[in-house]
Ligand binder design. Structure first.
Ligand code: 8YV
Length: 323
């Protein structure tokens, strides 16, 4: 009998077939306690777990004593308790390279749409308000040749720096734990501390993962350090921002506007004050959401699981030390 894996996200048919060639696949709708109890034997016997956007912690791992590998259809793995996985000797696989260019495109879309007020004015056109030549109350601000500040210089940061430098002639500042030689050599990027970046950048772009160090990194103090003309962009993780502080900063005029793809709570509650502010572009976490990239991520995640369970872990592993 083939070993079994739990699948908690739907896959394109051909990828599900690929998984089924290797394993008995048990499809569940989510990882809630009810689901786990309902399929207790399947969870108990499964050696693999594949999906995304659900919490995987100690409690679930207790119910999965045979588990050897988890594979997430995402680059971010803040939904996983890595210490608990390590304690249970369970590998965690992710998709760090499949979405880089697509998320960088999303960041550029947020930059352009918040600076040029694309969403706001397009809605005015649809509402029939374009009845004469437009005046300054419809104008935006320039993107080209403004200074971009990238907080988190990983793969996506690098792809954003490339777009900003070559496409828009923007000087690039970045803040990261380490200096990034490639960013400096190829895109003339300047490494600086967070204070300097906040004070000098016209666009402050956060692409940080969520960790204990990054949670609420952007609060009232940081928004006050930014220029009143600055635009804040976040396409990393929502809880990196203290959202109440951001709302305050947008209302007080501490900063000019925000372009957001991620939020403290997702889906963003319809009651959120962010949705009432005209200077906010809010997207529903579409960073990697193109047909091509979501397929590539799912394919990588399937292959990651197959490789991990066959003892072939070369890349895409968060905790290879458990081997
Ligand atoms: C996914 C993401 O949209 O990869 C990530 O970390 O945030 C997004 O690409 C999300 O995790 C759902 O799969």
């Amino acid at each position: 009998m083939k070993p079994s894996v739990i699948l908690y996200k739907s896959l394109p048919d051909d990828l599900q077939n690929r998984l089924e060639e290797n394993f008995t696949v048990i499809r569940v709708p989510n990882l809630s306690i009810e689901t786990v109890n309902q399929h207790a034997d399947a969870f108990k016997n499964a050696v693999g777990l594949l999906g995304s956007s659900e919490k995987v912690g100690a409690e679930l791992l207790e119910k999965m004593p045979a588990l050897r590998a988890t594979s997430t259809i995402s680059v971010g793995y803040d939904n996983f308790d890595v210490d608990a996985l390590n304690a249970h000797k369970v590998l965690l696989m992710h998709t760090p390279t499949a979405l880089t260019e697509t998320v960088a495109d999303t960041l550029m879309a947020l930059i352009l749409s918040s600076a040029r007020r694309v969403v706001e004015v397009a809605e005015r056109v649809k509402a029939g308000e374009w009845t004469k030549g437009i005046g300054p109350d419809w104008f935006g601000t320039d993107v080209h040749h403004k200074t971009i500040g990238i907080v988190g210089m990983g793969r996506i940061g690098l792809a954003l720096a490339q777009r900003a430098h070559f496409g828009f002639g923007m000087p690039v500042l970045y803040n990261a734990r380490r200096q990034h030689k490639e960013a400096e050599e190829r895109f003339n990027a300047r490494h600086c501390d967070l204070d300097t970046l906040l004070q000098e950048a016209d666009f402050v772009c956060s692409i940080l993962p969520l960790t204990e160090e990054t949670r609420h990194l952007f609060g009232t103090k940081q928004f006050r350090q930014m220029k009143p003309t600055a635009i804040f962009i976040n396409a990393g993780r929502g809880p990196v921002v203290d959202e109440q502080a951001l709302i305050g900063a947008l209302k007080n005029g501490d900063i000019h506007a925000a372009g957001l793809d991620v939020f403290e709570q997702e889906p963003l509650p319809v009651s959120s004050e962010l949705l009432k502010l005209p200077n906010v572009v809010a997207l529903p976490h579409i960073g990697s959401a193109t047909h091509e990239t979501r397929y590539a991520m799912a394919e990588t995640a399937v292959d990651n699981l197959i490789n991990a369970l066959n003892g072939k872990v070369e890349t895409n592993c968060v905790n290879p030390q458990v081997l």
